[in-house]
Design a protein around this ligand. Structure first.
Ligand code: NAD
Ligand code: GLY
Length: 360
């Protein structure tokens, strides 16, 4: 097992990464001194596979867990599902000392984390991410929230988990498109912070796609180290943390205009990162060769790198980008790469250039 520490003073926590960790959930929660009553929030797909083991582990460690199951997928990440969870927590009489376990992908993590941040003005929560994307990104760092029809993650909070438990064995039941979507975030870490990771991915991508345990452990641990480092320096995104949004300005807008159903988050940010690389080449002198390597790696991972938009869709996309949280003084801003492993944030980009790279 590998351990990565997120250093946030009194709110520091560990990320545990390895195989066969779900059975240790209860024992690890016991070490945190949490109250006896808890709720597992999961979705239908994950619950059917892993809720039994999670419940058994918590019970064996002396906890009294209840199970709350929500529909699967991005379309469930909304205030209606939050309300459903609040009602369930109240019906089961969860108290201030109780805690919530988010068992699932990034949708469940963001949703359950938001419920934990707000129920009774905040209860503790533990992340048990079961997708590659959630193990390398969304379960770490405390950003929790839900979507509004008008935009992604527009309602939310910062609420750090007490523990993140990444059981790599759960990745074996993940649909291949979801595995690929997770790789989009792993590649992102190479681009924003670690050129060596990027080169490692160019070499080891086939192993990751074959779910090789050692390769997955390396990719998850390195990604978590980078994210933990960034979050440790800038928890609430006053500056540096924005680099984690590379490719997300366009990516979030693609998700919003397609009703959060057509593109997986990882697919949308794959298109967004390739576009951001092209913009970086035009504005910041990212070598064309590196922009091409970036596009090639996403293609190799089986991810989309382009989007066909009608004039009406393009208009909607720009409107969605203007609603994004990353807008500053009404201007759409981007994270752009100077070179592989080094990015800058808050870059204003002329709309004509955005339109041009999307039309490429
Ligand atoms: P997801 O949670 O929708 O999971 C993808 C699908 O896989 C779902 O159908 C789920 O039921 C299923 N699934 C999950 N684990 C499984 C397993 N082990 N076996 C079989 N099926 C499984 O999607 P995701 O990609 O994990 O997360 C995407 C969400 O994460 C988006 O809402 C995005 O905005 C959010 N996100 C948040 C942050 C953050 O910092 N909070 C960062 C990145 C992404
Ligand atoms: N995924 C963006 C962040 O956590 O800040």
């Amino acid at each position: 097992m590998r351990t990565v520490q997120v250093q946030l003073g009194k709110r520091s926590y560990r990320i545990l990464i390895g195989g066969a960790l779900l059975v240790r959930l209860g024992a690890e929660c016991r070490k945190l001194g949490l109250g006896a009553h808890c709720a597992i929030i999961t979705d239908r797909n994950v619950g059917a596979r892993y809720a039994k083991a999670a419940l058994a582990s918590l019970k064996a460690a002396g906890f009294n867990p209840v199970l709350i199951t929500v529909p699967a997928g991005e379309t469930a990440k909304n205030l209606k599902t939050v309300q459903f969870c609040y009602d369930q927590l109240a019906a089961h009489r969860l108290e201030r000392k109780s805690f919530i376990v988010a068992l699932g992908g990034g949708v469940v993590g963001d949703l359950a984390g938001f419920v934990a941040a707000t129920y009774l003005r905040g209860v503790a929560f533990v992340q048990v991410p079961t997708t590659l994307l959630s193990q390398v990104d969304s379960s770490v760092g405390g950003k929790v929230g839900v979507n509004l029809r008008s935009g992604k993650n527009l309602v939310g909070s910062f609420h750090q988990p007490r523990l993140v438990l990444c059981d790599l064995d759960t990745l074996h039941t993940l649909p291949v498109c979801e595995l690929r979507a997770g790789l989009a975030e792993v590649i992102k870490y190479g681009i924003i912070h670690d050129a060596r990771l990027f080169a490692w991915l160019e070499k080891h991508l086939p192993k990751l796609l074959a779910r090789d345990a050692k390769a997955l452990a390396t990719a998850v641990a390195r990604s978590c180290e980078i994210k933990a480092n960034v979050v440790g320096q800038d928890e609430t995104e006053t500056g540096l943390r924005a680099i984690l949004n590379f490719g997300h300005t366009i990516g979030h807008a693609i998700e919003a205009i397609s009703g959060y159903g057509e593109y997986l988050h990882g697919e949308a940010i794959s298109i967004g990162q390739v576009a951001a690389a092209k913009i970086s080449a035009a504005l910041l002198g990212l070598p064309e060769r590196d922009a091409a390597r970036i596009a090639q790696l996403f293609k190799q991972a089986g991810l989309p790198t382009q989007i066909q938009l009608s004039p009406a869709q393009r208009k909607k996309l720009f409107a969605a980008m203007r609603l994004d949280k990353k807008v500053s003084d009404g201007e759409i801003t981007f994270v752009l790469a100077k070179q592989l492993g080094e990015v800058v944030w808050g870059q204003k980009v002329p709309p004509a250039l955005i339109a041009q790279v999307l039309a490429d």
